[in-house]
Design a protein around this ligand. Structure first.
Ligand code: NAD
Ligand code: WQD
Length: 335
């Protein structure tokens, strides 16, 4: 018997697909809603290969309130895991209205349906970006948010967090868990799932993958003059399978009101160290060139993951080296 029925929005995407596989393997029934704007329907075959069950799929856009209501009418969901959203920071600066409409507008439609059809548990994919600029690089959940966010993308995450908090004030039966991810990387150990964006990627790992495949000539490293040990920026890279397990742990501890957790490793890795780790795993040199700083980049930040460990019993098990090995397996499988 299923342990519960979960609707995963954005479930054919990078993090949603890994989480779906973990949920099915843990005994949950999962249905996926995605408009496929940044993922492919073939991901469903791959989830089936891994978990033995093909999740029911709705090719629906969250902004289509009528179709969304149809999903909830027949759904009977216990919980929604809400991954769907646009996530390219630079693009959001050029197209702010598209980001607010898709991410904030889509979430409002989703919450309205949840309210109407009596599904009152939601786990939301937020981001370390909501902390903005802080005095120290180690981000803890009690820090202020929203004040110094540099992109419309980041502001959509902050706005959605605030909307979710207001919803629980108005309806005390609502249970909200906000997960602030640091920098997800890696792929499923089977090599069947990984990050495969439809457009040109912006994040470090998918760009490294494209350079390794020869689709991009070189990795341009954004600055080597930061006040960090080797001059390049430092981030907290978290393996996507650890992240998926964090969702499971968080969902199983949900109660009324709002809970907020950082999901990160607590350790920082520089861009140069990421390049070295990839080269070690692949055995080949990665063409790189240092160029100037990218606007908006912070020198260094990483998670304080203590709260998730204390309350959820969750912490990362996998390393950056594991992520590189799994990424290479995904590259070979998807080639
Ligand atoms: P992704 O692009 O791979 O997955 C998002 C999915 O949502 C895609 O499959 C896309 O087709 C779908 N989608 C987008 N808008 C939709 C809409 N209006 N209706 C239906 N489906 C829609 O991204 P991801 O890396 O898996 O990220 C998942 C979530 O985690 C996003 O909300 C993202 O902002 C957040 N997040 C990601 C990172 C990261 O670095 N990957 C870090 C922090 C937070
Ligand atoms: C990582 C490091 C770059 C590309 C963003 C969002 C954040 C979250 C994760 C969603 C940085 C360097 C990158 C390249 C490089 N996403 N880099 N050359 O900026 O830490 O975080 O993604 O919520 O909100 O802001 O991630 O992968 O873009 O960059 O040198 O071609 O790699 O300078 O230090 P970032 P990233």
């Amino acid at each position: 018997m299923s342990k519960g029925k979960i609707l995963v929005t954005g479930g054919t995407g990078y993090i949603g697909s890994h989480t779906t596989a973990e949920l099915i393997e843990a005994g949950y029934e999962v249905e996926i809603l995605d408009n496929l704007c940044n993922s492919k329907v073939e991901v469903l075959d791959r989830i089936e290969k891994i978990a033995g069950v093909r999740p029911k799929f709705y090719d629906v856009d969250l902004r289509d309130a009528e179709k969304l209501a149809g999903v909830f009418k027949s759904g009977g969901f216990d919980t929604v895991m809400h991954f769907a959203g646009l996530k390219a920071v630079g693009e959001s600066v050029e197209q702010p209205l598209r980001y607010y409409e898709n991410n904030v507008g889509g979430t409002i439609n989703l919450l309205e349906c949840m309210q109407e059809y009596g599904c009152k548990k939601i786990v939301f994919s937020s981001s370390a970006t909501v902390y903005g600029v802080q005095d120290t690089p180690k981000y803890v959940e009690t820090m202020s948010t929203g004040g110094t966010i540099s992109s419309p993308y980041g502001k959509t995450k902050y706005m959605i967090e605030e909307i979710l908090k207001d919803v629980t004030v108005a309806d005390s039966a609502f249970a909200v868990t906000i997960l602030r991810y640091f920098n997800p990387i890696g792929a499923h150990r089977s090599g069947l799932l990984g990050e495969d964006p439809n457009d040109r990627p912006n994040n470090l790992m998918p760009i490294i993958m494209k350079v390794a495949k020869g689709e991009i000539g070189e990795l341009t490293i954004f600055g080597d003059d930061y006040p960090t040990p080797d001059g390049s920026c430092v981030r907290d890279y978290i393996h996507v399978v650890d992240l998926a397990e964090g969702h499971l742990a968080a969902m199983e501890q949900m109660g009324p009101g709002v809970q907020i957790y950082n999901l990160g490793s607590g350790a920082g890795t520089s861009v140069f160290e990421m390049v070295k780790a990839f080269e070690k795993a692949s055995g080949a040199e990665l063409p790189c060139r240092v160029i100037g700083r990218r606007a908006g980049d912070l020198a260094e930040f990483y998670a304080d993951p203590g709260l998730a460990k204390e309350k959820l019993g969750w912490e990362v098990k996998l390393t950056v080296d594991d992520a590189m090995e799994d990424t290479l397996r995904f590259l070979r499988t998807s080639a």
